[in-house]
Design a protein around this ligand. Structure first.
Ligand code: NZQ
Ligand code: ZN
Length: 386
């Protein structure tokens, strides 16, 4: 186990009906809110009406900033920043999935900054931000309890991240009933994303003495798989939706990686190029990349992949290399079973553009210090995703 500091300041308010309390929590942060939401779901599901009723009851006024698209874009973030400045906003209330929460984090930082908000995604440190209160409607990214966000710059085709301790939400409302309307495709993509968050650290950490973190990851993966199958069979399965919501939060709130030392996010590095270039859903991009990356990485470190195969997929093969292959195949098969694409072709990603995708991915590889991931290596991995 490696030394670590674990500090997660986000207050979680969890349970059915909790959405109606958002006004109480937002009012602790200020009197005037920027209400950020996506394209249409909050209006069709009635969540918008419940949130605004709660804000009004708590005495808040608000200004709408709707229309956040899945895979949020910089131009819309800039509009939100301008609006927040013009309206002298005190608090951001984000209602939606990871895209809405991520855009809200960028706006929270940009609203207190005199220059272009994209600076934060390239080199500038966030020194302050407006407080953020979130109402999560889709359980996947963990953005509700972490300090990161991802935005695509449409002009440069860069899907880059922002991160700062100032960007942890103050409070996140996790009301599992709000996720009943998430369609089957995004339910599947969410499962892939949450699983990806925990296995990135699990597979890339060099520390072999992390049995607690390992079993935490293996237990979360099994739990996410089980809940997802229950949800796909019955979308309003209360226990499964609640379990999935909390599991996805745990998957990227810093707990599973505390003590494992240095680790990397290579699958995310490659996937972000698929989203940036083809606007594919993040989880769908990951289910294409992960099996190919596992196939590549297991050749270098079969023991950890074999452990995953034995503990998560009950592989009984004695040989580590064979069991590592079994693990990659089993995870890929499960992704396919739940309806997430597992090849570039299934994701409508043109195979002849592998070199261009690899070139794009090197921008993030450089930013994240993933030196081993040259354009050639990334192309090799993508060739295993056919
Ligand atoms: O726009 P609306 O109409 O609201 O529809 C959304 C969107 O089309 C819909 N939706 C959300 N809640 C719903 C619902 N539909 C019915 N009922 C509900 N209750 O779902 C679609 C997808 O929403 P989105 O927010 O894009 O999904 P997700 O939560 O998967 O977020 C994906 C984004 O998060 C980033 C991804 O890269 C991607 O841009 N990530 C953020 C991370 C973080 N901040 O820590 C980490 C992740 O690795 C990831 O990179
Ligand atoms: Zn992710």
């Amino acid at each position: 186990m490696q030394p670590f500091v674990f500090h997660n300041p986000t207050e979680i308010v969890f349970g059915a009906g909790m959405v109606d309390k958002v006004g109480t929590y937002a009012a602790k942060q200020g009197g005037k809110a920027l209400l950020v939401y996506g394209r249409s779901s909050v209006k069709t599901t009635g969540v918008y009406d419940r949130v605004t009723a709660s804000l009004a009851a708590a005495g808040l006024s608000w200004v709408d900033h709707g229309g956040v698209k899945s895979n949020p874009v910089l131009s819309h973030v800039r509009e939100g920043v301008a609006l927040a400045k013009q309206e002298q906003i005190d608090v951001i209330v984000a209602v939606g999935g990871g895209s809405v929460l991520d855009e809200s984090k960028a706006i929270a930082a940009g609203a207190l900054y005199d220059h272009d908000v994209w600076d934060f995604f390239v080199q500038t440190k966030v020194e302050k931000a407006l407080p953020l209160v979130t109402v999560l409607t889709l359980a996947a990214t963990g953005s509700e309890m972490n300090s990161g966000g991802v935005v695509t710059n449409e002009e440069t085709a860069q899907k880059f991240n922002i991160g700062s301790p100032y960007l942890f939400p103050k409070t996140s409302i996790l009301d599992p009933e709000l996720t009943y309307t998430v369609p089957a495709d995004y339910t599947a993509y969410s499962a892939v994303d949450a699983i990806s968050h925990i296995i990135e650290g699990y597979f890339t950490s060099q520390d072999r003495a992390t049995p607690l973190q390992d079993r935490f990851v293996e237990g979360l993966v099994r739990t996410i798989m089980e809940s997802t199958e229950q949800i796909l069979a019955q979308p309003d399965h209360a226990d499964a939706r609640a379990t999935m919501m909390w599991a996805a939060t745990w998957a990227l709130n810093g707990l599973s990686t505390a003590g494992i030392g240095l680790y990397q996010f290579p699958n995310h590095m490659i996937e972000h190029s698929l989203s940036a270039l083809y606007d594919i859903a993040h989880g769908a991009g990951l289910s294409i990349v992960i099996p190919g990356w596992m196939n590549y990485a297991a050749e270098k470190n079969p023991a950890k992949f074999a452990q995953f195969g034995r503990r998560v997929f009950y592989c009984t093969l004695e040989d580590d290399v064979a069991c590592a292959r079994f693990a990659a195949d089993a995870l890929k098969a499960w992704f396919g079973t739940i309806g997430s694409p597992v090849t570039l072709g299934e994701g409508q990603i043109p195979e002849e553009e592998i070199s261009a995708i690899a070139e794009n991915a090197t921008m993030l590889a450089n930013k994240w210090g993933l030196k081993a991931y040259t354009a050639e290596v990334i192309a090799d991995i993508l060739n295993r995703c056919r």
